[in-house]
Design a protein around this ligand. Structure first.
Ligand code: AHR
Length: 331
């Protein structure tokens, strides 16, 4: 073998070794847990949808720490707001033959094909956090998350109960990501409650994609257009509501007093805003899904019978209970 061929061979072998090290590292990196006696080793592939909010960061942290606690090897990937990438990462997990795939779908539609691929490969899928619309409901095993329509209804009900004396209630709505189930269902549930109250009117709905800066920008524009004629902000999540609070203060009005703030999530910062009198209500949507997800994955692999949907219990936070709840919030 001449010198040049030797160099080519060494180069090729280095690439093969690097690929093996990369694969082994990726398959083991997030688990420090040593499997207990009798525990079957489990590998879960989790594809997070993005990093748009404080809620999302808390959700990612919950999944990672629950995997360590339950002795599960977790391969965690993030699609950073791209459905195309989320599907690609799911496909990678199918090729790797993980035991269970879990993913919170960025949007509700467009998952039929990839779920059929997972089914064909015999890999059970848990849908987490956000609901999906599929032709074949058997294409995934279980849904674990919240009832977003009920959250919208709770928000609407609070508003109805607290503005019944007002002759006109002008509402602006900050919408979550278009096509995502929390945006669709929170809009629907809220309307179901206010529809029979002619004093209540949604004067404009604008997208804010669940992102704080987008909520602030949208609110700034709405204030420019409607000024003090806005009575209520209904925001599909806390982050956008917190952005709107900043915009209202910059405009010279008092959030929580001149303009009521109604939002969803129950993040620590939103609870603090309620305590400070700058927000009025936050309907809880818990991001702490990790322990239930890990438990559900194990049950699935043990072939235990499971309900199709596991819905989390959630509260509503106002000035009446915020003092009790605030010290308990971790996110
Ligand atoms: O899917 C849950 C929603 O997504 C949360 O309400 C929101 O904050 C997040 O971005």
């Amino acid at each position: 073998m001449n010198f040049k061929s030797k160099q080519v061979l060494i180069g090729f072998l280095s690439i093969v070794i690097a690929a093996i090290v990369f694969l082994v590292f990726n398959l083991t990196k997030t688990s420090n847990h040593i499997a207990k006696k009798g525990e079957v080793p489990v590998i879960i592939g989790f594809v997070q949808l993005g990093s748009e909010s404080a809620w999302r960061s808390a959700n990612s942290a919950s999944v990672k720490s629950a995997a360590v606690d339950k002795g599960i090897s977790l391969i965690f990937k993030n699609a950073e707001g791209s459905q195309k990438l989320q599907k690609q990462l799911i496909r990678d997990f199918i090729i790797q033959q993980v035991d269970v795939i879990i993913f919170p779908p960025l949007v509700a539609d467009g998952w039929d094909e990839i779920l059929a691929e997972a089914k064909e490969a015999g890999i059970p899928v848990i849908i987490s956090d956000r609901r999906i619309i599929v032709k074949n409901p058997d294409s995934y095993s279980v849904f674990v998350g919240a009832d977003f329509a009920s959250e919208g209804r709770k928000a609407g009900k609070w508003l109805v109960n607290n503005t019944s004396h007002s002759s006109a209630v002008n509402i602006v709505e900050l919408e979550g990501l278009a096509g995502s189930s929390p945006a669709i269902d929170r809009a629907k549930g809220f309307r179901q409650e206010i529809v029979n109250h002619p004093n209540m009117k949604i004067i404009e709905s604008v997208p804010g994609d669940f992102i704080k800066v987008k909520g602030k920008l949208a609110m700034k524009k709405l204030l420019k257009k409607y000024g003090g004629n806005i009575n209520v902000v209904y925001s599909h999540n806390d982050d956008m509501a917190l952005g709107a609070i900043e915009a209202i203060k910059d405009y010279g009005l008092r959030p929580g007093k001149d303009i009521l703030i109604v939002s969803v999530d129950g993040e620590k910062a939103a609870l603090q805003a309620i305590k400070d009198g700058e927000s009025n209500v936050s309907v809880e949507c818990t991001p702490l899904l990790g322990p239930v997800l890990m438990q559900t994955a194990r049950k699935l692999l043990n072939k235990e019978k499971l309900p199709k949907s596991i819905i989390m219990e959630e509260k509503t936070f106002t000035i009446k209970n915020v003092d009790k709840e605030l010290p308990l919030r971790t996110y």
